[in-house]
Design a protein around this ligand. Structure first.
Ligand SMILES: *[C@@H]1O[C@H](CO)[C@@H](O)[C@H](O)[C@H]1NC(C)=O
Ligand SMILES: *[C@@H]1O[C@H](CO)[C@@H](O)[C@H](O)[C@H]1NC(C)=O
Ligand SMILES: *[C@@H]1O[C@H](CO)[C@@H](O)[C@H](O)[C@H]1NC(C)=O
Ligand SMILES: *[C@@H]1O[C@H](CO)[C@@H](O)[C@H](O)[C@H]1NC(C)=O
Ligand SMILES: *[C@@H]1O[C@H](CO)[C@@H](O)[C@H](O)[C@H]1NC(C)=O
Ligand SMILES: *[C@@H]1O[C@H](CO)[C@@H](O)[C@H](O)[C@H]1NC(C)=O
Ligand SMILES: *[C@@H]1O[C@H](CO)[C@@H](O)[C@H](O)[C@H]1NC(C)=O
Length: 895
């Protein structure tokens, strides 16, 4: 094939497909292509025919059984175990349709499945047209000759994914591919690494086992006479030798015979128009058109949230056949940005840096890790996705990692991230396991990777590809106890899959952003060590994952001063109102069967209380329900404070190198969202309700942040700034007694220059001196605490932060606060809650049960008599409803 630029004249072509409609809102020319959607009600049947029911497509067997009333809420109590049978059975999807004469008259007809979950044989009118084995691929079968007048029948026969995975592992008899099964505490299924399906669908340490089966994305027929567009992508690349942006437009088509098309590409706002004459050979082919952007216009860039606008341009693609027939009208958005992953020597440090530069600007990544929003993907609504992403941006996040044990997310997810300025670290879907490398496995993975890279590479939000989750670490530190003599084989398999195949494909398909083989990894150092570093957690290289539950989380000295923290976190329980939806009163105690059943992380429930007990009195109310609710609360207090300490440590480590470590440029805690109502590391509950951690994140990810901590007896305050400009800041520290709402003293430091994108020490003072010089010198670590904020000559910058000088459980003279609340509707239709407190109150937590929405702040330290908080509802509500639902809890209330 060839694509050549033709000065002066132009033309364009194309028809195209499914995922595209959603992604960029193309219009297909109807004269040329005839589409027939099969997204509708199908019928499903289990293998012995005892169950037969209607099922929607897109959808899955579980959601069909649910909608037809055969089963109840999947997440209710112990239903994950009760409904295990569904995925042990085989299921058949059937539908009938009639194909118009016009459609049947077309030269070619393709039956297209956007997503089949997972192992199926597909037939049309009794003839098998193809087989599937990978839920992450789109399948496309030629069916023209099989269509008939009147009724046509499509059948999709799905095998039990659990049985299939087990059979594949047995067939792989030469050596085992661990792990065989998840830990028993997860109550999951085995051998998930043998099936190309969401790895968490066989259970995870935060989620249930629901191995879905179904047609989870759309199905349709595409009929055409000349050609069809299979995919179109646009990737702007800055060519520095030309000092010019070039938009690479890739056009993948399927042509009935060799076809000449004139393609016009135009970016009107940038006075850029180019005409191309393209010859598409018969069959599938890919053409790359380079649109050189007129240099007389300043291109407005796409920036991550907090660093600028997310400017986009409108690209129009028009295709015309030589005889003048228009066969394509396509309109899409193009965002201009560059991204580099910088791994270079750092002065005074062994190892290499590891940070992202977007549009030449070093950017600290702030955010979390994304997991599937529901076990049944067809039940994830656009509104759910939008709400979760909006909650991320509202908490000052600019990045999320789409974790490799779930799914490549739907198009809308990435489009919203483009619009909101959320950078995506995109894993390929391999996690915490070894994987087979038989030819058919490699083959299906190759196609998966090609398709996913093509689908996602137009999105500026995707800033890095990453081959897998934790598999380098699993090999290097031998998670699965593989005997030394056998390790080279697993090492070879690792390189075959992630380097020789996945990396090679990504580099061929998308040279516009970096690729990492794993997370955590040492990056180029791992490569030098043969792709598996002896210590992938090395703090001098790459990213790290770090978890420690038993160590006191307030002790920052034990934290890893990493280049980039891509995972770290602590569990908590969701709120009572969320748990109530899936439980009954006998479940409402921390020791109940339900509480153990939902906990998928070995000894997780004990770990939470053990960690909380280091600093807080554990709830001990005689009223069992109050004790249960207080315990949920204390786990959230523990989690919020632990992740705060750690994240603040990473942010303040961005500008310094201490003993060779530091220059930290990313903090992505584990994990953003939940898949069900259970204990997990998430900051957002299933349904989107903010846990205390998420409110804390809004503060600890704030663009300007004071970080205070104790170092060898001294109070040290850093000013952290993600701004582009310098600030002159001072710290104002106030000392409060637990027993009084009036500060004992207030101390201000002098103004210090804080450069944009840096963390600087701004205040340092021995705590003994601070307390001795304060008021009448009556303060002790046990009776007093500190608040502090930053200000420039005009005003406060960033949030007010605080530091406890002892564990609250040891605090003396902490009073039981009497907090009253009054709810009012404001002029804007929002709601305000005016609080009055009789005493200093820690971790003040406002709850409105089931009323969807979020507060402006929550879980805060109250050192003022009055405080007004707003409530931003996510649906209709009323002052009365909020007032009735509202409860206020503070630390002193739970013991
Ligand atoms: C394509 O561009 C050329 C000029 O460059 C113009 O003559 C022609 O009409 C355009 N075709 C379409 C379909 O817009
Ligand atoms: C048919 O399969 C269902 C689901 O697996 C099972 O519960 C039922 O007992 C089977 N019926 C017969 C007649 O085998
Ligand atoms: C599912 O299909 C496989 C392959 O045909 C068969 O071996 C297995 O017995 C079937 N399972 C059930 C429950 O019928
Ligand atoms: C920049 O453009 C020049 C001239 O067309 C080309 O040779 C070079 O490969 C381009 N560089 C990149 C990075 O695309
Ligand atoms: C908890 O589950 C066990 C095992 O299923 C059962 O024997 C026991 O009665 C249950 N306890 C309660 C309080 O439900
Ligand atoms: C709590 O404060 C409110 C308002 O200030 C007051 O009316 C009420 O009596 C107080 N309750 C207690 C138990 O002190
Ligand atoms: C707190 O609010 C109450 C009621 O609105 C008001 O009477 C009181 O003066 C306020 N106190 C302070 C210290 O602002």
């Amino acid at each position: 094939m060839s694509a050549f630029r033709k000065r002066g004249s132009v033309l364009v072509v194309l028809c195209y497909l499914g995922s595209f409609h959603v992604l960029f809102g193309y219009n297909v020319s109807r004269e040329e292509q005839h589409d027939l959607s099969l997204n509708r009600k199908w019928t499903i049947q289990n293998s012995n025919g005892s169950l037969s029911l209607p099922a929607e497509v897109p959808g899955c067997v579980h959601s069909a059984l649910l909608k037809q009333g055969f089963i109840k809420d999947l997440y209710f109590r112990f239903n994950d175990v009760a409904y295990r049978w569904i995925a042990l059975d085989n299921w058949t999807y059937t539908t009938t349709f009639s194909a118009s004469t016009e459609l049947r008259a077309k030269q070619r007809v393709q039956l297209v499945f956007e997503g089949v979950d997972t192992v199926a044989s597909i037939s049309l009118n009794g003839v098998v047209v193809g087989k599937t084995d990978n839920m992450f691929r789109r399948y496309d079968f030629s069916v023209g000759q099989l269509l008939r007048e009147g009724e046509n029948v499509v059948k999709v026969s799905l095998l039990s994914p659990v049985v299939y995975a087990s059979e594949r592992s047995q067939a792989h008899s030469s050596y085992s591919v661990p792990p065989d099964c998840p830990p028993p505490v997860q109550k999951g299924e085995c051998h998930v690494n043998f099936i190309r399906k969401a790895q968490s669908s066989f259970s995870w340490d935060w989620g249930p086992s629901f191995p879905t089966l179904g047609l989870w994305k759309g199905v349709h027929l595409e009929a055409f006479d000349v050609l069809r567009l299979i995919h179109l992508s646009t990737v702007p690349v800055y060519n520095s030798s030309l000092s010019q942006w070039v938009v690479t437009v890739e056009v993948l088509v399927d042509a009935v015979e060799e076809t000449k098309v004139q393609v016009n590409l135009s970016l009107m706002e940038l006075s850029t128009e180019q005409a191309f004459m393209v010859v598409f050979p018969s069959g599938q082919s890919k053409n790359t058109l380079s649109l050189h952007v007129n240099t007389s216009n300043q291109v407005k860039l796409w920036w991550p949230s907090g660093h600028g606008e997310q400017h986009s341009y409108h690209l129009s693609v028009r295709g015309t056949m030589l005889e003048g027939t228009a066969i394509l009208r396509t309109d899409t958005q193009v965002y201009f940005r560059t991204v580099e992953l910088v791994q270079e020597p750092i002065a005074g440090s062994p190892g290499l840096s590891f940070y992202f530069r977007v549009n030449k600007k070093p950017i600290f990544l702030k955010g979390s890790n994304w997991i599937p929003a529901h076990a049944l993907q067809d039940l994830v609504s656009p509104a759910d996705v939008r709400n979760l992403l909006q909650s991320s941006v509202s908490a000052n996040m600019n990045a999320l990692r789409v974790w490799g044990g779930g799914v490549y997310e739907q198009d809308m997810f990435y489009s919203l991230c483009d619009e909101m300025g959320i950078m995506i670290w995109q894993d390929f879907m391999f996690a915490c396991a070894m994987y087979p490398t038989e030819p058919d496995f490699i083959e299906t993975v190759r196609e998966e990777v090609v398709q996913q890279v093509r689908r996602l590479k137009s999105h500026p939000s995707v800033i890095v590809w990453s081959g897998n989750n934790e598999n380098e670490a699993a090999l290097a530190t031998n998670w699965f106890g593989i005997p030394v003599a056998q390790q080279p084989r697993y090492h070879r398999d690792y390189v075959t899959l992630y380097v020789d195949n996945i990396r090679a494909i990504v580099q061929k398909e998308d040279g516009s952003r970096p690729f990492l083989v794993s997370s955590p990894t040492n990056g180029v150092e791992s490569q030098q060590e043969g792709w598996v570093a002896h210590d992938p957690y090395d703090l001098h290289y790459g990213d790290t994952h770090y978890y420690s539950y038993s160590h006191d989380c307030w002790d920052w000295t034990a934290l890893p001063r990493t280049r980039f923290a891509s995972e770290y976190g602590f569990q908590s329980w969701p709120s009572f109102s969320t748990l109530q939806k899936v439980s009954v009163s006998e479940d409402w105690s921390y020791g109940s069967n339900f509480s153990s059943h939902r906990q998928h992380h070995q000894t997780g429930n004990q770990q939470m209380l053990q960690q909380a007990g280091l600093h807080y009195h554990l709830p001990a109310s005689a009223d069992p329900l109050k004790r249960y609710r207080d315990t949920l609360y204390i786990t959230q207090v523990m989690q919020a404070q632990c992740v705060k300490v750690q994240t603040e440590f990473y942010r303040r480590s961005q500008s310094e190198v201490i003993e060779g470590k530091g220059h930290t440029m990313g903090a992505l805690y584990w994990q953003l969202n939940d898949i069900w109502q259970g204990p997990s590391w998430s900051s957002l509950e299933f349904g989107g309700k903010w846990k205390m951690l998420h409110y804390f994140a809004k503060d600890f990810f704030s663009p300007v942040l004071p970080v205070g901590f104790e170092d060898q007896g001294s109070l040290v305050v850093y000013a952290v700034s993600d701004l582009s400009h310098d600030l002159h800041l001072r710290t104002v520290v106030s000392v409060y007694e637990w027993s009084s709402l009036d500060p004992v003293c207030t101390v201000a430091s002098r103004l210090v220059l804080v450069e944009g994108g840096s963390a600087e020490v701004i205040h340092k003072q021995p705590i003994s001196a601070l307390l001795a010089g304060c008021g009448r010198g009556s303060c002790t670590r046990l009776t007093c605490l500190l608040t502090f904020h930053l200000e420039d000559v005009n005003s406060q910058q960033g949030p007010i932060n605080h530091l406890f000088l002892s564990s609250p459980k040891n605090a003396q003279r902490m009073l039981r606060p009497n907090i009253t609340a009054e709810v009012q509707q404001d002029e804007m239709g929002g709601y305000t809650v005016t609080l009055q407190s009789s005493a200093v109150a820690a971790f003040v937590w406002l709850e409105v049960g089931d009323v969807p929405g979020r507060f402006s702040t929550n879980g805060f330290l109250m050192v003022t008599r009055n405080r007004t908080v707003t409530f931003n509802p996510w649906g209709p509500t009323s002052t009365q409803q909020i007032a009735q639902a509202l409860t206020v809890t503070s630390l002193r209330d739970v013991y």
